[in-house]
Design a protein around this ligand. Structure first.
Ligand code: GDP
Ligand code: ZN
Length: 367
């Protein structure tokens, strides 16, 4: 297989250069299940296991190979030459979707690596929920990928224009495409994001149409959709083997159970532990306004000289946008406190203040 179809390019070639001399070959992880890997390599698809160095010297779970990772592998040189490969190293990731562990950071788990574009799928049926879109966007930015919103089930929506307008009004500047995966409508616009070598992922609630979309893009039934799944008495996914797919028209899609279940977590907050800042990116305009409030600890609850309230009063900032920001911050504080009870009181105080400046003060005090 032409490795460029799998996303291999000059960037990865440069990173791989130091391994090429050690009789290692490049590979890309297409699935992982309890330590058993499948990697795509230039000579073909191979089962793979961790090499000794990765197995014994890795102290953090996130340093282990994940679906989407480019790796350096030792190919077996047995008679048939298609025995299991040994993964010697993981090339530095460009992006990573991380599931933060409840305990220590060393248990954080990468659920998809090197995803360039993430389609945030929402249903135009009862599933439509702007607040959830905002949270997904925060998570996508946090991973380093670029989001595109997919409004699926357009065939079921009589207020398509209104929904698109809702999305536009949130002012996130993220492209939104309406489609019907079931009827293969609107797929051309989506394909324009999927050039050869581009890796995409799909997130969204269960039942929103992710499997249907993947099957349409691949032109065959690789992922069991809800209707079919219900016949599986144990409720399992019938296709779990492969989690990275090369599309016939170019582009790559990663569909891991972890991505499917991806949920908002405390990792998305700018906190004493993190500098990624997903939420601030999504609500950047509110953070910027807050910097102009008269008081550094303004809670935007009617204090004099509040630039945030002023923007709401003058119609520059939709009130529901501020409300969703406040709601999200509240949920994130709750989540942080759950993960780290010792920090609860301090966080509550800082949370009440809730501006970028206040969090900076808090961070400095923690040093
Ligand atoms: P997933 O859980 O996100 O993978 O969702 P599925 O792909 O399994 O889809 C859930 C249900 O929604 C299935 O019954 C699909 O046939 C249906 N569905 C998916 N896309 C569309 C669409 O564009 N329009 C309509 N009407 N139904 C759809
Ligand atoms: Zn204010």
């Amino acid at each position: 297989m032409d490795f460029r179809l799998l996303g291999w390019n000059a960037h990865w070639r440069d990173l791989f250069a130091s391994y090429a001399s050690k009789s290692l070959s490049p590979g890309r992880v297409v699935s992982e299940h309890r330590g058993a890997y499948v990697v795509e390599t230039e000579p073909g698809t191979r089962g793979a296991v961790l090499g000794g160095r990765l197995r014994h010297q890795t102290t953090t779970r996130s340093a282990l190979p994940a679906v989407g990772d480019f790796v350096a592998v030792r190919l077996s040189v047995g008679e048939s030459g298609d025995g299991p490969a040994v993964i010697d190293a993981v090339l530095p990731r460009r992006t990573a979707f991380v599931r933060r562990a409840a305990g220590t950071r060393s248990d954080d788990q990468v659920i998809a690596a090197n995803v360039d574009v993430v389609f945030v799928m929402v249903g135009l049926d009862h599933d439509f929920n702007l607040r959830r879109v905002e949270r997904y966007l925060a998570a996508v930015w946090d991973s380093g990928a670029t989001p595109v919103i997919l409004l699926n089930k357009a065939d079921l929506c009589e207020e398509l224009d209104a929904r698109i307008e809702d999305l536009r009004r949130t002012g996130m500047g993220v492209p939104g495409l309406a489609l019907s995966a079931l009827h293969s409508d609107g797929l051309e616009a989506l394909r324009s994001y999927m050039h050869e070598g581009v890796t995409a992922g799909v997130v969204g609630s269960s039942g929103v149409g992710k499997s249907t979309l993947l099957n349409r893009l691949l032109g065959r039934e690789v992922q069991a959709t809800a209707g079919v799944r219900s016949h599986d008495s144990r409720g399992r996914h019938t296709t779990t083997h492969r989690e990275l797919f090369v599309l016939p028209e170019g582009g790559i899609v990663i569909d891991t159970p972890g991505m499917r279940e991806f949920q908002l977590s405390a990792s998305n907050e700018v906190s004493a532990h993190s500098n990624a800042g997903g939420v601030e990116t999504v609500f950047g305009e509110i953070e910027r306004l807050a910097e102009r409030c008269r008081f550094a600890d303004c809670a935007h609850q009617g204090e004099p000289g509040c630039a945030v309230r002023e923007a709401v009063d003058q119609g520059r900032l939709p009130a529901d946008r501020l409300a969703s920001y406040e709601k999200l911050m509240k949920e994130l504080r709750y989540e942080e406190a759950r993960l780290d009870p010792s920090a609860r009181d301090e966080r509550k105080r800082v949370g009440r203040i809730g501006t970028k400046a206040a969090r900076r003060m808090y961070r400095e005090r923690q040093r």
